[in-house]
Design a protein around this ligand. Structure first.
Ligand SMILES: C[S@@+](CC[C@H](N)C(=O)[O-])C[C@H]1O[C@@H](n2cnc3c(N)ncnc32)[C@H](O)[C@@H]1O
Length: 294
């Protein structure tokens, strides 16, 4: 049976416009999709992605016509999930707002003025569409597309100094909007997915990675940190999903803790070419793990 999702993908294939992530996201899986492709389960019912971030895996599976059932996407980052909802439900208004940002002089002063809206009370008066436009504008113009907030939840990434940032990628936003029709979206902790998943569903888990060293940690996507206790809590959720009869796939860093937490499951090693040096000749290949129960 061809689901609604597959029909949308087929239509997008015809027009040549397949949606890709509308934000740059730390830990985004775009670079790993080729290696992941043979690892996804062949058949499954509904799809769940509880750490959706930029949604690289969701948009990829959709583009491949692999999402026959319903999809549910969630993340604990409220500003991000607001973008998903606005793109699904109000994409034309969002495009208009993004063009308004684009019409401004794209300099450091404008960037910091918009960034400051969560410090000067402005954000509380903004509509969901205006907030989504702000988040996408900041993502496109901040340093490396990072999302990081301080303990008060205020966005604190510095200006990115891009010459010509694409603030409004109309085609991709419309394609993403089509792709998101009928998709369920929640702002919530990953553990809540246990309330919705059923046997036969596919759950892809892409948490903030366990750091390779104490100083290499980047876990501030939200106000809360994702430490060792969270990694253990996640391993417990993985086990419950397994016992329920779901197909579960999880990405994480290649560290002793991760090997230990998932020792009962299949563990694959993939090459992630992280640029840890600016010079191409001295870039080192880093390995990452993919854990499955199927
Ligand atoms: C590695 S990123 C996911 C990247 C995504 N797969 C992509 O391709 O862009 C991890 C995500 O987990 C989210 N997150 C952190 N703690 C969480 C929690 N307790 N529950 C749900 N999501 C959480 C972050 O907001 C972030 O978007």
């Amino acid at each position: 049976m061809v689901g609604v999702e597959s029909r949308v993908a087929a239509k997008q294939l015809k027009t040549g416009i397949l949606a890709t992530p509308f934000v740059k996201w730390a830990g985004g899986k775009g670079q790993l999709l080729k290696q992941y492709k043979p690892l996804f389960p062949i058949t499954f019912r509904d799809y769940f992605e509880p750490f959706v971030g930029g949604g690289a895996v969701f948009f990829f599976l959709h583009s491949q016509g692999r999402l026959g059932g319903r999809a549910t996407l969630s993340d604990s980052n409220e500003e991000l999930m607001n973008c998903y909802r606005v793109i699904r439900d109000h994409v034309e208004e969002l495009i208009e707002k993004l063009w308004e940002h684009d019409a401004q002089k794209m300099d450091k002063d404008y960037y910091y003025e918009v960034r400051n809206w969560d410090r000067d009370g402005h954000i509380e008066k903004m509509s969901a569409v205006e907030r989504a436009a702000r988040t996408i504008f900041l993502n496109r113009t901040c340093y490396n597309g990072l999302y990081r907030v301080n303990s008060k939840g205020q966005f604190n990434v510095p200006y990115g100094s891009y010459k010509n940032p694409t603030v409004c990628d109309e085609q991709n936003l419309r394609a993403a909007s089509q792709t998101l029709q009928g998709v369920k979206l929640y702002t919530e902790d990953f553990e809540k997915c246990l309330q919705r998943v059923k046997p036969g569903d596919f759950v892809y888990l892409d948490p903030p990675y366990h750091p390779l060293s104490a100083t290499a940690s980047f876990t501030s996507y939200t106000k809360e940190d994702f430490g060792e206790e969270e990694q253990k809590r996640l391993a417990g959720v993985f086990q419950k999903l397994d016992q329920r009869g779901c197909r579960v796939m999880l990405s994480n860093s290649d560290t002793p803790l991760v090997w230990e937490l998932y020792e009962d499951y299949r563990i694959g090693v993939v090459e992630a070419n992280r640029a840890i040096s600016c010079k191409a000749s001295t870039r080192k290949g880093v390995t990452e793990l993919v854990i499955f129960n199927y």
